[in-house]
Design a protein around this ligand. Structure first.
Ligand code: SF4
Length: 284
C-alpha cells in the first residue's frame, strides 16, 4: 500500500505565526486567549500545559489575566477596542489574510454596497467580519440566497477558508437572483486554503481513501473531508494517530494523507507513521 502526502497540507503561516506570538506573550506573564487560537485539540492541550487560559472575545473585561490574545481568526474593531479600553494588554494575532477580508468588506460598505459574507454564520471569523457591519447578510447555501432582500448594489466577500467552488456558485446565484443589481465580489479565500484544496483534488485522482488530520471543530478540516468525498473517495478525519481504524484502509492500494491548516506538522508525521504500521498487517 502506498501512502501519498498532499502537495500542500497542514499548518498555514497565519496559524504558525499566531501560535508563536501567543507563546511569546505567555512567556511574559499570565495570558488569556479570547476564543480558540486554533481549532485543534493537540495545540489546545499544549497551551493548557503552559497555563494559558481560555476566555471569550465578547466577554469584554472578564479575563482574569492582564494580557489577552486575539486569535488568528480576527475580531471586529469594536471588540478589539473594548479590550484595550478596559486596560488589557492586547496581543493581536489576526492573520494578515483575514485582515485583507476585513479591509475588503469595509471598502465595499464605504462604496455603498450592501455587505454579504459567504461563510458559516456562527464561525468566529465570520462574527468578526460582520461584527462591525450588523447589516451584513451571511450566506452559505441557495436557501440563504433566496432569503436575501433586494439592494441596488451587493458587495460580497468570503470567509477565508470556504471552498472556492462553493463561493463561485453562491456569487453566481446572487447575480442571477438580482440581475438588475450591481454585484461586486472580492475574492478573500486565502491562498493557503486554495493551495490545500487544489492539492487535495490532485491527491484524490491518485487514491481510494484520504485521511485528513485535524481538530473535530476545525472548519477547514471538515471542508477537506467533504471535498474529498465529493470527488468520490472515502475520507476520514482523525485528530491524532490513536483515532485511525484499520478497516478504513483495508483493500486500498493508495491512501492519501492531508491535514487542516491548524494541524501541527508533528501530528501529521505521527499519523503517517501509524498508517505505515497499519498498512503492514493489512497486506501481510
Ligand atoms: S487559513 Fe488562511 S486566513 Fe486562516 S490563518 Fe491560515 S493563512 Fe490565515
Amino acid at each position: 500500500m502506498n501512502i501519498i502526502l498532499a502537495k500542500h497540507y497542514g499548518m498555514c503561516f497565519g496559524v504558525r505565526d499566531a501560535l508563536k506570538a501567543t507563546h511569546e506573550t505567555a512567556a511574559q506573564g499570565p495570558t488569556t486567549i479570547l476564543g480558540q487560537l486554533v481549532h485543534n485539540e493537540v495545540v489546545r492541550a499544549q497551551l493548557d500545559e503552559m497555563g494559558v487560559r481560555q476566555g471569550h472575545l465578547r466577554d469584554h473585561g472578564h479575563a482574569t489575566t492582564p494580557q489577552v490574545v486575539i486569535t488568528a481568526h480576527g475580531a471586529a474593531e469594536r471588540d478589539r477596542m473594548a479590550w484595550k479600553a478596559k486596560g488589557f494588554r492586547v496581543t493581536d494575532t489576526t492573520c494578515p489574510l483575514v485582515r485583507k477580508a476585513h479591509t475588503a468588506l469595509a471598502k465595499l460598505v464605504l462604496q455603498g454596497y450592501h455587505p454579504i459574507v459567504i461563510g458559516k454564520r456562527d464561525h468566529v471569523e465570520v462574527l468578526g467580519l460582520t461584527g462591525d457591519f450588523p447589516e451584513a447578510d451571511v450566506i452559505i447555501d441557495a436557501e440563504d440566497v433566496a432569503a436575501l432582500t433586494p439592494h441596488e448594489r451587493f458587495g460580497v466577500v468570503s470567509q477565508t477558508t470556504q471552498p472556492t467552488d462553493r463561493v463561485a456558485h453562491l456569487v453566481a446565484l446572487v447575480e442571477s437572483r438580482f440581475p438588475n443589481s450591481d454585484v461586486c465580489f472580492i475574492d478573500t479565500v486565502c491562498q493557503p486554503t486554495k493551495d490545500r484544496q487544489l492539492a487535495l483534488k490532485e491527491l484524490c485522482r491518485q487514491v481510494e481513501v484520504v485521511i485528513v488530520v485535524g481538530g473535530s471543530n476545525s472548519n477547514n478540516t471538515h471542508q477537506l473531508v467533504q471535498t474529498a468525498r465529493s470527488y468520490g473517495v472515502r475520507a476520514h478525519r482523525v485528530a491524532h494517530p490513536e483515532e485511525l481504524r484499520s478497516e478504513w484502509i483495508t483493500g486500498a492500494r493508495n491512501v492519501g494523507l492531508t491535514a487542516g491548516t491548524s494541524t501541527l506538522h508533528e501530528t501529521v508525521q505521527a499519523v503517517h507513521r501509524a498508517l505505515q504500521q497499519l498498512a503492514e498487517p493489512a497486506y501481510a
